[in-house]
Design a protein around this ligand. Structure first.
Ligand code: XMP
Length: 519
């Protein structure tokens, strides 16, 4: 049984605008119902094949009245599968089933008050658990002005005469507001009413059920064969390895390529967790000298990346070939990776792409136990499996490691300075309770010297730049408004405790125009 079969009938979230769809899918899963995102080009036959418990049409950036705006296969409305349209999805239902959507009104953006209709023959199942009037989050220009035949209006706002509508006989519902955002009071209750009351779902999607199903699926896939897993120290590969180990124990060997460009203590943590705590067969390849040798005198960031990537592949390949007979390779692919390549353009789906660009002649079959999970679910699985907090909640770290945080040429001394400064940043950010709030917080070492004075001595040493950003997806980021006390402690500790540093600066560049990393 696969992880998804175990979860019961899925709720399909039809994607009319990726960010809305992902948020809805996550909210459905928070209600312990398994959800999957599908492209809006899905046909009624494809829906039938998935045997969903319900369908949610997401919001989207377009107007339903614009020629070429995405639509749903109209036959889907006839399947008898419950449908909930949100924002664009609701307008689409109105338009496709014969109602009227008008773009001439005043749009609503942000918080507005919703009033539930009190004159219907029976209270709305969808709005049964919410008060008669409450705040919702709106973001629309068009509005439904007349619902289709057979629908009744169940709520309205100042600018949206039909803010909620339903045809319970056909189990088709639409809401103009966004129940999936936290600013909509009771939004989760509305989604739960749709899932439990309308679709008849049971709250069975829990991390325990995910782990059980994933281990069962892994056992079926790999049988008695050997499996290898590349560990990076990051959360995805760690959770994937722990899951595979739970499933097939000694059949798994983890390969940890220690590039020497990791954060302080990271290699020890991997040893302590995987070898000592989990008793996993671990090959720890200490390749620091090899990476530093390959990087000798290299200044250009893109060349650094390329050299590190190639060296990594070579080292991994050598370690893997020494293991000989492994047929399977674990990869920590997450659901958003699948959505990105899947729903936008089906042609882009790559089912057997190689990890980190491993050469084609390394023929492995991939094991991807996290491919239906969001990042927060991966963390929850990691916690449930007993992985340490430091790994489960570790901030993202670039593949080329500290080499792209040393602005200039890389050598052992500079790596040591940066590791020591970076460890202080992590320690103080954790102590201030900010570590999980920040997308990333780290130190950067530009290879320049500045003049300072310590004691009565003139110093001529490196500056350290502190970088701390908030972000949701690394595409954009803002510099974190760290409290002055935290910045003060960071500066004082780094200068006093790290030899070779005499100045600390804080980077207040957002992305764009900056990037998160310095190189
Ligand atoms: P930038 O610097 O482009 O970084 O704003 C965005 C996110 O990606 C990470 N990053 C990398 N990750 N290999 C990686 O695996 C890389 O070469 C690389 N460069 C940047 C960065 O840490 C941030 O989270």
């Amino acid at each position: 049984m696969s992880i998804t079969e175990h979860a019961g009938a899925p709720v399909l979230v039809v994607d009319f605008g990726a960010q809305y769809a992902q948020l809805i899918a996550r909210r459905v899963r928070e209600a312990h119902v398994y959800s999957e995102i599908v492209a809006h080009s899905i046909t009624a036959d494809q829906v039938v094949a998935r045997r969903p418990a319900g369908i949610i049409l997401s919001g989207g950036p377009k107007s339903v009245n614009v020629p070429g705006a995405p639509v749903l296969d109209p036959a889907i409305y006839e399947l008898g599968v419950p449908v909930l349209g949100i924002c664009y999805g609701a307008q689409l239902i109105a338009r496709q089933l014969g109602g009227t959507v008008d773009g001439d009104g005043n749009g609503e953006y942000g918080r507005t008050t919703l009033t539930v209709a009190s004159d219907g023959p029976a209270p709305s199942v969808l709005l049964g658990a919410v008060p008669p009037s409450f705040d919702v989050w709106m973001s629309h220009f068009d509005a439904i002005v007349a619902p289709p035949a057979g629908f009744r209006t169940t709520a309205s706002t100042a600018e949206a005469p039909v803010a909620a509508m339903e045809d319970p006989a056909r189990a088709i519902y639409g809401v103009q507001f966004h129940p999936e955002v936290v600013h909509t009071h009771g939004g989760q209750e509305i989604l739960k009413a749709f899932l439990y009351e309308v679709c008849g779902c049971r709250p069975s999607w829990t991390m325990t059920s995910v782990i059980e199903a994933a281990t069962e699926a892994i056992r079926q896939q790999v049988g008695t064969e050997r499996v290898i897993c590349g560990l990076s120290g990051g959360v995805d590969s760690a959770v994937a390895a722990a899951l595979v180990h739970k499933a097939v124990g000694p059949q798994l060997t983890c390969v940890f390529v220690d590039t020497g460009l990791l954060r302080a203590g990271e290699a020890d943590q991997v040893e302590a967790t995987f070898r000592e705590q989990f008793n996993i067969d671990l090959v720890h390849v200490k390749a620091g000298d090899r990476f530093l040798g390959a990087l000798d005198d290299i200044q250009d960031p893109e060349r650094k990346r390329k050299i590190i990537g190639e060296t990594f592949i070579r080292v991994f390949e050598e370690a893997a070939s020494e293991l000989g007979d492994a047929r399977f390779l674990v990869q920590g692919t997450l659901y958003p990776d699948i959505i990105e390549s899947g729903t936008k353009d089906a042609a882009k789906i790559k089912s057997h792409h190689n990890v980190g660009g491993l050469p084609d002649d390394m023929q492995f079959e991939l094991v991807e136990p996290l491919r239906s999970l969001f990042k927060d679910e991966v963390r929850a699985v990691g916690e449930e499996l007993g992985l340490p907090e430091e790994i489960v909640w570790r901030q993202p770290f670039p593949g080329p490691g500290l080499a792209v945080r040393i602005v200039g040429t890389v050598n052992a001394e500079r790596v040591a300075i940066l590791q020591a400064a970076d460890a202080i940043v992590t320690e103080e950010i954790r102590r201030a309770g900010l570590y999980r709030e920040l997308w990333q917080s780290f130190a950067v070492l530009p290879v320049v010297h500045t003049v300072g004075v310590m004691g009565d001595e003139r110093t001529y040493a490196h500056p350290i730049i502190i970088r701390a950003v908030t972000s949701d997806d690394a595409m954009t980021a803002d510099w974190a408004r760290l409290p002055y006390e935290v910045l003060e402690r960071l500066a004082s500790r780094i200068i006093n405790e790290v030899p070779g540093v005499n100045r600390v600066a804080y980077d207040i560049t957002s992305k764009p125009p900056g990037t998160i990393e310095w190189e």
